[in-house]
Ligand binder design. Structure first.
Ligand code: CA
Length: 430
């Protein structure tokens, strides 16, 4: 990391956009996450960066010749920009940081340019930030894997022998990844009721969330050319929050022997702002100790976890107050993102710009730090209480789930914003 890039991370840095200096804002000048937005004035989706309560319109700044990325900012997805490579992402970050810094007059004192280049975030519509060619979902939280293994197999042997040797994953469905705010329809599917010889077809009765993060591949690899673990982080553009909606009853019946299918493919929600690994650099920390030592292709020196606080809120339809049903931290994850990407490609599998890799459900060691209702309620046996009365074993129609994530700095925080989804009733079967 060069000096210009390091300077964009200084905790003392302030912006002339005052809302960015609020210590509670997810989007201080140290963050500068990328997304795609439109608004009533200009309905064309285009690239933007969040700063305080505003979005910087990158296409407008390009037209004013203040930044450059070969016209990619006018496109409705970030893939072409990301494909320019890490030096280009970093050049834009450095230029934006300088432009938005308190003492830089270029944009600050040009009212006409400000009107073109700044859009209030509350008036904007956010879009899926990248075209996602492929999506894989991991299973990298030891606490989560232990909880699920204890519940459905054997508490004494909760982890299968392969779990501590490799980041376990399956290939998910990219076509149904949606941006925060998109409603999620309860799926219908095969349900196998206890004591019945055959399944019935009907609406999922055990609809659940999975609190995850995901990362976006910024530089792919050619078929047959694995990405070494030590180099893997350079291939990552940034991170998002991810809710891997799960139909537990459909899953339990279908998952043997090839894993989840209909129970996971109906929707996966991601947050709209991609927080770059550069912005997360000050929050780098050690991953939990790995025992046994991983095979050589999964080894990397140094710190590869990130200290990201996470929370899940549930708000029933019509309720004024949401209930926080979980608080946990990304740094608990056993396998790092670098190890996940190295493992994904070690067979020679190619990845492409925009590919999404989910962390797997992130659970802590206590019931109030579980990343799914399955674990928090122990498969529905001990429902969670809600602030305004009532309880939940699994999600009901109209429930709204909000994931949040942020790195706490001194006097500022680098946040992810929100990842929201509300449950719609299942399609009628008649
Ligand atoms: Ca998952």
């Amino acid at each position: 990391m060069n000096d210009a890039l390091k300077a964009t991370l200084a905790p003392t840095l302030k912006s002339w956009i005052e809302s960015a200096n609020d210590p509670r804002s997810d989007f201080p000048i140290q963050n500068l996450p990328f997304g795609v937005f439109s608004d009533a004035v200009n309905e064309r989706p285009r690239a933007g960066v969040a700063i305080g309560d505003w979005i910087v319109d990158l296409a407008a700044l390009k037209d004013a010749r203040l930044i450059d990325a070969h016209g990619t900012f006018s496109e409705p997805r970030l893939n072409a920009f990301i494909a320019l490579g890490r030096e280009s992402w970093r050049a834009v970050r450095v230029a934006l940081s300088a432009l938005l810094a308190r003492d830089t007059p270029t944009l600050r004192d040009d009212a006409a340019l400000r009107r073109r280049a700044l859009v209030p975030r509350e008036t904007a519509t956010m879009h899926l930030p990248v075209e996602i060619p492929g999506y894989a979902d991991f299973y990298s939280s030891k606490e989560h894997a232990t909880n699920v293994g204890s519940m459905f197999r054997d508490p004494k042997n909760a982890l299968l022998p392969n779990w501590s040797e490799m980041p376990i994953a399956y290939n998910g469905r990219a076509s149904s990844v949606v941006v925060s705010g998109t409603p999620v329809r309860r799926p219908n599917g095969q349900l196998k009721l206890p004591d019945e010889p055959r399944p019935i077809f009907g609406a999922c009765r055990k609809l659940d969330i999975e609190l995850e993060t995901g990362f976006i591949v910024g530089q792919g690899n050619a078929l047959g050319e694995p990405i070494p673990c030590e180099e893997a982080e350079a291939h990552i553009f940034g991170m998002v929050l991810l809710n891997d909606w799960s139909a537990r009853d459909i899953q339990q019946w279908e998952y043997v022997p090839l894993g989840p299918f209909n129970s996971k493919t109906f929707a996966t929600t991601i947050s709209p702002w991609i927080v770059t690994l550069d912005a997360l650099e000050p929050f780098r920390t050690a991953t939990p100790a790995q025992e046994p030592e991983p095979l050589a292709y999964l080894r990397h020196a140094g710190d590869h976890a990130f200290d990201i606080e996470l929370s899940v809120d549930l708000r029933p339809e019509g309720a004024a107050t949401a209930t926080t049903i979980s608080r946990t931290n990304f740094k608990l994850m056993y396998w790092s993102m670098a190890q996940q990407l190295a493992h994904h490609t070690v067979s020679g599998c190619n990845t492409r710009v925009g590919d999404l890799l989910g962390s797997g459900t992130i659970s802590g060691p206590t019931p109030d730090s579980c990343g799914s209702l399955l674990e928090a309620t122990w498969n529905g046996q001990r429902p969670v209480r809600l602030e305004e009365g009532g309880e939940r074993a699994f999600l009901q129609d109209g429930d709204e789930i909000t994931l949040r994530g942020w790195c706490q700095g001194e006097g500022y925080r680098v946040g992810f914003g929100e990842c929201v989804g509300r449950i719609l009733p299942a399609r009628s079967l008649t």
